[in-house]
Write a protein that binds this ligand. Structure first.
Ligand code: NAD
Length: 385
């Protein structure tokens, strides 16, 4: 029996429902209290899930809480994680680690100094889809990967989010901060750390219109670039072309394709946990499907459409796996998989891409990270109920 860690939730917004659901799957986490800047949001959340709502001050002082789960908006991640670590609590936050590389470094140093764990989403890389891709790549089936393509492109959140402005704000806005963590963390998990990046960016629309809610029809200014086309050079010498965009109506490309010297692989959606991986070993040859829906963290667990949590009934969504794996690692005094070193490297890549787009020069990364070994079915079962 694993020790069950008491978790204090800060940030009771859209994604919190997914983390409450995680308690149904994982055997070592229990959200006992919640807090939010918006007291009404915290109270509603507490009522819905039968827990206690406390003030922001008190959640950090609470002696019963061992881990702070930080589900606030990206620009508040640093402040909340820093408070958690300064209060002697482990910290696990939603992606990205924070929006500023120097702040991310501070968090890592603080966690080390206080002997605490610092974890960060995305934990989708622990899912059966990315882990099956990793297994196939490591088996040597497609040989050494040299090239690849990754794309996330859609029209943006303004049609379905009542307050879309933060996605288009100067500092914390844009597709690299928002969706980059999923794609970059998946690529780093499969290929290792990145050496350098070069990037171009543009803003296609200077204004956007809110499509839903009380301010429907209102226009607002787009303050950041909304498309980035980047080339990532990895330490293993592979080059990956990555497009991240809020300016595309629709497309039919695969999320991630990697090309090895013996074959090609189509990797699953890095924003979700399941899906099929496909491999092909010759020109015009058959694409072999490698299903994951019978595997742990690959089984479809979503029954209804939810724009709140970006879910549909074809998805496997086990967000919270990274938090549970971190709790297991704390108990067993081992390194956790969604750790601060990886998320700081991902943040370094995010910021380097954005800097390169401005400078039009190659940006060399200042960090590296170790890549955890595979999250095998045997390991996963240890944290499942
Ligand atoms: N919604 C999704 O589909 C989704 C999916 C994956 C990841 N995420 C990530 O989860 C995080 C939260 O997203 P969301 O969609 O739930 O946002 P949200 O805006 O719905 O909720 C965020 C909550 O945090 C609170 N908050 C803001 N600053 C705070 C502070 N300093 N202290 C305490 N509370 C504060 C807000 O009042 C709000 O209730 C983001 O990092 C996002 O990138 C969201």
């Amino acid at each position: 029996m694993n020790k069950v860690f008491n978790v204090g939730l800060v940030g009771c917004g859209h994604i919190s429902e997914t983390y409450f659901r995680a308690q149904e799957y994982f055997n070592n986490i229990k959200i006992i209290k919640c807090a939010d800047l918006n007291i009404e949001a915290a109270d509603n959340c507490a009522k819905e899930y039968g827990i206690e709502s406390v003030s922001l001050d008190n959640i950090f002082k609470d002696k019963d809480i061992e881990i702070i789960l930080n589900l606030t908006i990206p620009k508040a991640h640093f402040e909340v994680s820093e408070k958690a670590l300064n209060s002697g609590k482990h910290s696990y936050s939603e992606k990205p680690l924070c929006i500023n590389f120097d702040d991310g470094k501070k968090l890592l140093e603080l966690a080390k100094k206080n002997n605490l764990y610092l974890g960060s989403a995305p934990d989708t890389v622990l899912g059966a889809g990315i882990q099956k891709s990793k297994e196939l790549i490591e088996s040597g089936l497609i040989g050494k990967i040299n090239l690849g393509n990754a794309i996330f492109a859609y029209p943006g959140v303004q049609s379905y989010h009542p307050s879309p402005e933060p996605w288009f704000a100067e500092k914390e806005g844009g597709p690299v901060i928002d969706m980059g963590p999923y794609y970059i963390t998946a690529l780093v998990t499969l290929l290792g750390p990145v050496k350098s990046v070069i990037s171009r960016s543009k803003k296609v629309f200077t204004e956007r219109e809110i499509g839903i809610g009380p301010r429907k029809g209102n226009k607002f200014k787009v303050e950041c670039d909304t498309t980035y086309v980047s080339t990532l050079e990895f330490h293993d010498n592979s080059f990956i072309q990555m497009t991240l965009s809020f300016d595309v109506k629709d497309h039919k490309r695969n999320h991630i394709e990697l090309y090895g010297d013996k074959g090609s692989i189509i990797v699953t959606d890095p924003n979700m946990f399941g899906g099929s991986v496909f491999t092909c070993l010759e020109l015009g040859g058959k694409w072999t499907e490698h299903e994951t829906h019978n595997l742990e963290l690959g089984k479809i667990n979503i029954k209804s459409q939810s724009s709140r949590a970006n879910e549909s009934p074809t998805n496997a969504n086990y967000r919270g796996a990274g938090l549970s794996e971190m709790a297991y690692s704390i108990e067993n005094n081992s390194e956790h998989m969604c750790n601060g070193e990886i998320s700081l490297h991902v943040l370094d890549i995010i910021q380097s891409i954005m800097r390169s787009a401005k400078s039009k020069k190659t940006e060399v990364l200042s960090t590296k990270c170790k890549i955890p070994s595979r999250f095998t079915q045997e390991k996963i079962k240890k944290i499942l109920k």
